[in-house]
Write a protein that binds this ligand. Structure first.
Ligand code: 1PR
Length: 524
């Protein structure tokens, strides 16, 4: 029996699913006695250090947890479950951690995008039971803005390089904790959890001990999901956002089955976009929650869900906040949520007043679940202009001239799946959302969507150069060369595609094989 400490922030569903996939049973802590009587404890931390410690204190879990940790019984901490072991974190000044390990968690201060999101390797510093069955050159999924600095080097189990070499795993007697998420790290992560669950007693050093690790560029499969005219939930795909063909909604498969296929083919992440979310109330969309729940049962890479994340008033006048909608998605198995239409409206308000309200969906979800859990999905359309002075938007000089030979363009934001254009440009939107606490940008392009003509490199550079958070390039992938192009001509951290994967024109494995030795990727 594995006891799991869930303090109610973020997706613990995946950790439960990963443990259960190994045949173990999971008991979720519901009171102090569950901690005291545990024989093996897993603590997956998600979100914000301050709110984690506030909840642990509020529930009176701090002392029983310290007693458990001092008792020598096996403990596995994940992400914030690693930070919790330390004295404090820069993420929440003045808040005390458990203090079992001397040191603290520090914010990345580097020239690279923060959060550090994606698949990176580990430098192994000492033998451990959790390395059983690993080669040592596997990649694991990280998502964090802070890293721990222990005072005593002897606890360091692994380090990882990202702008600097940081501690990505610690081991002190029976206490093991990792910065990466084993439950989101495919087969390699499942092996780590297996060794912990099965109490492997031999400590191993894998054959491959890396000198320096590298963050991979991510390949993301995107599934646009909606009901067809018969009411079945299907994966669809638009051409420049038009998902109908001869009057019917294009049906490219079933969401759960396709997600599983992409996981097996080596997708580094999977994104579901509930494309009618802007008009339907997601909390009533039980099938979409079910898709997430079923997918997270056997897909052990990060899952993002977008569509309809905003405040709602239902037909009976009941009010629901965007935070509640997001919480329901997280509970169903999502690791990140993506906000589209609402982000545009929030940014417009912010630009009018120049003030943060602390109440927008971006701010609230980011505060509770952490910036890394908040993706902004931008749906821009190219607008040509004859010179930069004619609009007050962020204009770029373009190599692809407009219909009247225009040499300049800007990217106009849209809402409601491209149906409504707004007086805001994509670069400004991305910058405002970063200020408000977003952790990543999913950058679509309506002109390129479904065209197979390649990514809009100019758009991606304009946005990427304006923000410090990671950018996912999206729309237009038609062949393997397009992935190489986007990774060599822009600094985007990820490339997303939909149509070519759904139609099996270019499998994910082919993309990765092609990129091998040219671009750092995770080979599944
Ligand atoms: O506005 O918060 O409710 O979120 C709605 C979400 O649904 C947004 O993320 C928006 O991008 C998405 N969406 C709405 N309508 C459509 C549509 O197609 N009619 N899908 C839609 C946008 C997602 C793209 C696509 C890439 C790659 N499509 O990410 O997957 O363009 O396609 P490709 O590789 O085939 O070119 P809210």
């Amino acid at each position: 029996m594995i006891t799991l400490l869930d303090y109610g922030a973020g997706n613990v569903r995946s950790v439960i699913n990963a443990i259960e996939s190994l045949g173990a049973r999971v008991k979720i802590v519901s009171d102090i006695d569950d901690i005291s009587s545990a024989t093996k404890l897993v603590f997956p931390g998600v979100g914000n250090f301050g709110s984690m410690m506030r909840i642990l204190n509020h529930k009176n879990y701090v002392d029983p947890l310290k007693d458990y940790l001092r008792s020598g019984r096996p403990f596995f901490g994940i992400c914030l479950g690693l930070h919790a072991l330390f004295e404090y974190s820069e993420e929440a000044p003045g808040k005390k951690g458990l203090g079992l390990i001397s040191g603290y968690a520090k914010k990345f201060d580097i020239d690279l995008s923060v959060p550090h999101i994606g698949w990176n390797g580990i430098n192994i510093k000492k033998p451990s039971r959790i390395f059983t069955g690993l080669r040592g050159d596997e990649k694991f999924y990280f998502v964090h803005s802070f890293y721990v600095i222990p005072e005593d080097d002897s606890v360091v189990l692994t380090t990882t390089d990202y702008g600097l070499e940081f501690v990505s795993g610690i081991q002190k007697e029976n206490i093991t904790a990792t910065q990466f998420h084993p439950e989101k790290s495919g087969d390699a992560g499942i092996k780590v959890l297996k060794s912990f669950i099965e109490s492997v007693d031999k400590e191993e050093t894998p054959v491959h001990v890396s000198g320096k690790t590298r963050l991979s560029k991510r390949i993301i499969a995107c599934l646009d999901v909606r009901s067809d005219d018969q009411g079945n939930l299907v994966v669809t795909k638009g051409d420049q956002y038009d998902v109908r063909e001869n009057g019917d909604v294009r049906n490219l498969g079933k969401p759960v089955e396709l997600a599983k296929r992409y996981y097996e083919e080596g997708a580094d992440e999977i994104t579901f976009l509930n494309i009618t979310g802007f008009r339907d109330f997601p909390l009533e969309d039980i099938p979409m929650m079910e898709v997430l729940r079923l997918t997270s049962e056997n897909v052990f890479v990060p899952l993002t869900i977008g569509g309809g994340i905003k405040d709602y008033t239902d037909k009976k006048g009941g009010k629901y906040s965007a935070l509640e909608v997001a919480a329901a998605y997280f509970r169903s198995g999502a690791d990140k949520i993506s906000i589209g239409s609402d982000a545009v409206l929030i940014a417009e308000d912010y630009l009018k007043t120049g003030r943060k309200t602390g109440k927008s969906s971006i701010e609230r979800i980011s505060e509770v679940y952490g910036a890394q859990a908040v993706v902004i999905s931008i749906d821009p359309r190219r607008v040509y202009v004859s010179s930069p002075e004619v609009v007050r938007h962020r204009v770029i000089k373009t190599d692809t001239k407009g219909p009247y030979g225009e040499a300049y363009c800007w990217y106009q934001c849209t809402i409601k799946g491209g149906r409504e254009s707004r007086d805001l440009d994509a670069v400004t939107l991305a910058q405002v959302c970063e200020k408000l606490g977003a952790g990543e940008i999913l950058l679509n392009c309506i002109d390129k969507d479904g065209t197979n003509s390649g990514y809009d490199i100019e758009l991606i550079n304009a946005v990427k150069n304006a923000v410090t958070i990671p950018v996912i390039a999206s729309s237009g992938a038609g062949c393997v060369e397009h992935f190489l192009e986007v990774f060599t001509k822009t600094q985007a951290e990820s490339a997303l595609a939909a149509g070519i994967f759904h139609r099996k024109e270019v499998p994910i494995t082919t993309v990765k094989d092609f990129l091998k030795d040219k671009v750092e990727t995770r080979l599944a």
